[in-house]
Each structure stands twice: as C-alpha cells, then as structure tokens.
Ligand binder design. Sequence first.
Ligand code: SF4
Ligand code: SF4
Ligand code: SF4
Length: 359
Amino acid sequence: MRNEAMTEGNLFKFDYFKCLRSDYAKNECTICIDLCPEEAMVFDRKKLTLDTERCTACAACVGSCPTEALASEVFDPNRFSLEFASQQKPLISCKENVPCLSALSSEHFIAIALRKEGGVECDLSHCAECSVNKDGKVLASIEASIAEANRFLEMFGFERLVSMRHEAQENAPDAGRRMLFKKLANAVKEAGEEDGMRELIHLNDEKQPLKRILLKNALKKVSESFPKETTREAAFSFVVGKKIDAISCNNCQECAMFCPTDALSILKDNTGILFQMGKCIACGICNDVCQPRSITDDNSFDLVDFAFDRMQILVKHRLEICEECKVAFSYHGGEKVCDRCKEFKENFSDLFTMAKDLE
Ligand code: SF4
Ligand code: SF4
Ligand code: SF4
C-alpha cells in the first residue's frame, strides 16, 4: 500500500510518519537537516518536508536517521549490510558499491564487521574532494560512525574492526557517479525479493528500525564469543539505558505511550513500566514527555540485554484507590489521596474556606 505521507524525489524518499518530529511535535531532531549538503530537508508550516527540487539523491543523510525515515531508491543499507559478507572484496567504496558511505550508520558498520570474516575496509580517499562533503560535515559524520562502531566492537573484545583508508590507490576503478547509480539500481531490480530481501521482509517490524534488528541478529550469531562480563559504562549515539525515580513517577504511562519503538511498555497489571534496551533508539522523547522529570539516562550498557531484548522493570508501584476521586493511583504512603486531588485541593483551598465561611 502506498504511504500517502511519502515524498519521493530524484531516487530518494522521505517518510513523514517515520520521522521523530511527526511522532512528537516537540521533538527537535535535526540530524538530517544538519547533514544535507543541499539543504533539501525544509520546514513547511512547522513540518519537516523534502524539497524534491533540491535533493540530489546523494544519500548522505540516509544512514543518519535513527528511524529510517529516509531512503534511497538505488541503495538499501540493510540489504547491503546483509549481503556484504558474501562479497569477495572487503572494501566499501563510493566508486564500487555504495552511493555514499554516509548511507551507513554505526549500527550498520558494527553488523557488517560482525558478519564479515577477515575484516572490512572503508575507502574515504574521495570524500575530502567530493561535492557532497560541503563544509566537511559528511566526511566527519562517516568517520564518527566508523569510530563509534569500532569503539563498540573493541569494548566487547570483538577483533573484527572497520578500517579506514584515506589515501587514494593507483588504478582504482572509477566509473563515475552516474554509472555507479545505474549499477546499483540494476542490482536492486535484479535482486527483487529473491535473496537477502526475504530475510529483511521477514524481519520487518513496524516499530523498530530494521538496522537495529539486523545488528541484534549479527550479535546473536557471535554470542558464543561474548565476554564473561557483558556490562560496560558506555554511551552510544544509537541507544541509551533508562532509570525511573519511583517516588516522583506518578504512573501516568505517557513515556510508554509516546515511545516510538515500544522500548518502554506498561506492565500487564498497569502497575509499572518495562524497558527493553535493545529497542531504544535514544530519541529522548520519554524524557521530554515525563512531566515530573522522573526519567534519567543510564550509561550502563549490557550486551546481552541489548542483543536478546531482555526486559527490565524500571518502576513498579503499589496502587490504591483515591479517597476523593475513587481512581487508582500510585501510592507512596500517607493519606490515600492522589496527586491530582491534592493539587486541586491546594489550588482551590481559598475557595473551599470561603464556601465554608458562607455556610
Ligand atoms: S534524521 Fe530522521 S527523525 Fe531526525 S529529523 Fe531527519 S527524518 Fe526526522
Ligand atoms: S516515568 Fe514519567 S511519564 Fe513514565 S509513568 Fe512515570 S511519571 Fe509518567
Ligand atoms: S525509551 Fe525513550 S529514548 Fe528510548 S526509544 Fe523510547 S522514547 Fe526514545
């Protein structure tokens, strides 16, 4: 079925409904806007839209979007990260097999490195002179993604790192950008749904980005080589742990309702909030919607929790019925009156006193 919110430009797509800014009006994600060399992501009546006249389909922003709202017609980074393992050459290059290395995120680089025997090399020798790399932002973004992937791999003792090549090699093939796009588009047509795409379609989950599922699957495949101790103090751009303060949390459940990936969910008996780190994309929406500011980020990262979607209870409440409004609320001791009724009483105490005086 065609997605009516999809803007299609020159071999490029932007899915409005997948953008974090559409999920939550106050979200201020600007990752793609900051990276686009043509300033093609624009605001139209406060909504992020794609200016199809400006977009050159360079794919520089594709890998950067945490929710995969951006896509290229000629290149699917998820398909690529699955199929790269079976390719003969260990090289990723904009002269051979990708429109721009920026179309791959750090999650893709980790998954590729884990699947590929014998290491992976990224050819960055053309980036400095590339027209896509205005102000050096695109090259910096590619280097940051690879560095983050290597930090992750090293931290857990995986020896398969992603190397970077900055010097051009003599006699390196250069068929030109137009030819490369044609080659990639033909490869997409020929492949159809016959090969790795079957796995991708099978894995499709409306809420989680596919790159996350592929990363977790790559980790599961090498789980025998996980270190004994799998917890590290570490922050990554694509995931973050969460804590909830049980005293200030009022069990409103807004965090779970707004979470775009269902990383936060509600306990079956409605008494608290569950968290699955493997699904979190570090968008920060939960922190923003929580009125009492009960949610904080936790930089403790556990590889097993992440790879196997383990559930963690962040907060569990004792529920009682409010003596005023007769609605269940999170009880922390003292009189059995919910916060809303307490606030109401406090705000209108003068009126109650006046009414009593008039009796
Ligand atoms: S990077 Fe993705 S989520 Fe962020 S503003 Fe761009 S399209 Fe939206
Ligand atoms: S953490 Fe915040 S948003 Fe989530 S249930 Fe508690 S008060 Fe509500
Ligand atoms: S848990 Fe919070 S930061 Fe993580 S995906 Fe959900 S809303 Fe975003």
